[in-house]
Design a protein around this ligand. Structure first.
Ligand code: FES
Length: 72
């Protein structure tokens, strides 16, 4: 099972990416204050849509398409 980084925005749109950091594979954590997905291992940060903000990761998160039954 793939760990997912999922965010529902203010327009009720669901954004889903892999929660696996593209640097060395740590699992990202949600930062509710900054509304970012942060890597606890080396500090990479990603927007709620999965765009890389801070390295050492140099690529965005892989976008996932959720099935209707996966969205609560
Ligand atoms: S594993 Fe995420 S920044 Fe290194």
């Amino acid at each position: 099972m793939t760990k997912k980084a999922v965010y529902r925005d203010e327009n009720n749109m669901v954004h889903a990416c892999t929660a696996v950091c593209p640097h060395l594979g740590a699992i990202l954590q949600w930062n509710a204050d900054e509304k970012t997905f942060d890597c606890p291992m080396h500090g990479s940060r990603f927007t709620r849509e999965g765009k890389v903000i801070n390295g050492p990761a140099s690529s965005d998160l892989k976008i996932l398409v959720l099935k209707e039954e996966q969205i609560i």
